[in-house]
Each structure stands twice: as C-alpha cells, then as structure tokens.
Design a protein around this ligand. Sequence first.
Ligand code: ADP
Length: 265
Amino acid sequence: MAKKYFAGCDVGSTYTKAVILDEQGNIVAHTTIRSKINSEQSAVAAMAEVCEKAGLKDSKELSYLIGTGYGRNKVPFADENISEISCHAMGVHVTDPSVKAIIDIGGQDVKGISIDTDGTVKNFAMNDKCAAGTGRFLDVMARVLEVKVEELGDLGDKSTKEVGISSTCTVFAESEVISQLAMGTNKCDIIHGIHKSVAGRVSGLCHRIGVRDDVVMTGGVAQNHGIVKALQEQLGHEIHTTPLTQYNGALGAALFAYQKALKNK
Ligand code: ADP
C-alpha cells in the first residue's frame, strides 16, 4: 500500500513555508521561500519544492493538505484552510504541551496567543495596522544599516552603549537611525536600541493578553536572539524558541491535516 503524507502550507506576507509529515507524524520535509506578489504562485512554488524534497511528484499525492497564513485561501489542492492563530497554537502544543502562550512575530504582524491545556486558542491580540514591532520594521532598519537581518542578533550583542530609538513609526525610526549614523554612532549600539524599541512595542501587546510564564516565541523574527533577549528583559521572564520557529504555523497546519485524515479514515 502506498505511504500516506500530510501537509501544511503557510503563505505568509514575507515567506511561504511548507511542511510534510509521514504516517507516524514525523516531519519528512520542510521548506521556506520568499513570498511572491501572488499568493497562489507562492503556494505552488513552496509545495513543488517541499514535495520534491519528500520524494513526491506533486501535492495531489498528499492525503490531506491544509492552507494557513495570509494567503491561506490560495493554496491549490488544499482540502481546507485554518487560521494561522490556531495553527501556531497547535504547532507549539504538540511540540511542548506545557506551553501557555505564544508570541509570534512575522513579516507584517505581531500576535500574542494564550493557549488552553488542550492546545486550543484561549485569547489573542494583534498589532494594529502598522509595521512597528514587526519583521518589516527590522527589514527596513537592516537595509538602512547595510546589514542582513540574519546578522542583527550577533551585531546587537556587541553593543557597549545605550542608544534610544524613540520613534515607533517605521518611517520616523528610519530617519532617527539615519541621523544616528550621520553622528557617527556605532551600528551595534543602534541595533541594540532597535531591538529594545521592538521589544517595548511587543511587550505592550503581551500584557494585554496576560502572557506570563511558559512562553514560546514563533515566526521568522524569533531567529533574532537580540529580540528574544530584549523581550525577556522587558517582560521579566524567560522566553523559549523552537528550532523550527519560522515553520511553526506550517507545522501546525500539517498536524491538523494529520489529525483530520486519521479521523476521516
Ligand atoms: P510571514 O509569515 O508574515 O511571512 P515570517 O514568520 O516568515 O513572516 O517572518 C518574516 C520575518 O522574519 C522577516 O520580515 C525578517 O525580519 C525575519 N527573519 C527571517 N529570517 C530571519 C533570520 N534568519 N534571522 C532573523 N530574522 C529573520
């Protein structure tokens, strides 16, 4: 009998992520690609890549596929779509059932999600329609500083002096960074200040949903340890990250696909 595979595809504003699980619920392949302007094209490209990695011809060979994220309605051949809030909760709950809250920072939004003991969503809050505190804010700052977002964490660690970035608005903060550079301020100190500014913005949202202990940070920005550290300092407690942080939504969708396919058996 042919083996069965289950998948999740998270079409995000910046990156599209896909995960394939086998019949035992183990991850057999995952992939991440830069999102295209068209969500359907992003999903097609990510699914083609992840299917190839798993040794499958295409998405039609999957037993169940769930779309999630910003472009979740645009995943071709998806059996259904589920909100990324539920998928993030599912992703971390299966990895670690003791987790009570999630801080997800993606390209365009920040979400605080508190989860119940069974992995369902208890409460959530999102940023307003503004880039402050999001991956986009960090992408813009990295561009101005002529560094890669991947380097921000390590560079911020080298800071020796406090530099405050007071503007939360991306456009004003960009001017502030340009002025600091013109005054000769060290890039590492500016980056540390940017991390503190993002953490300040995100911690306000965490307080709104009562995020306390057993918190996991998910999303692409969780790969920046400078943000994780700054947020820990602001909130006054430890924040965990998962190795597959950026895939967490796609993993949650794949886990839902796995459960649904088993239920329909
Ligand atoms: P979305 O689902 O909204 O597309 P993601 O969760 O994929 O967002 O996160 C995208 C953001 O993550 C980017 O805007 C970028 O700032 C940040 N990012 C991506 N890769 C890295 C990395 N290796 N290190 C630090 N930050 C990263």
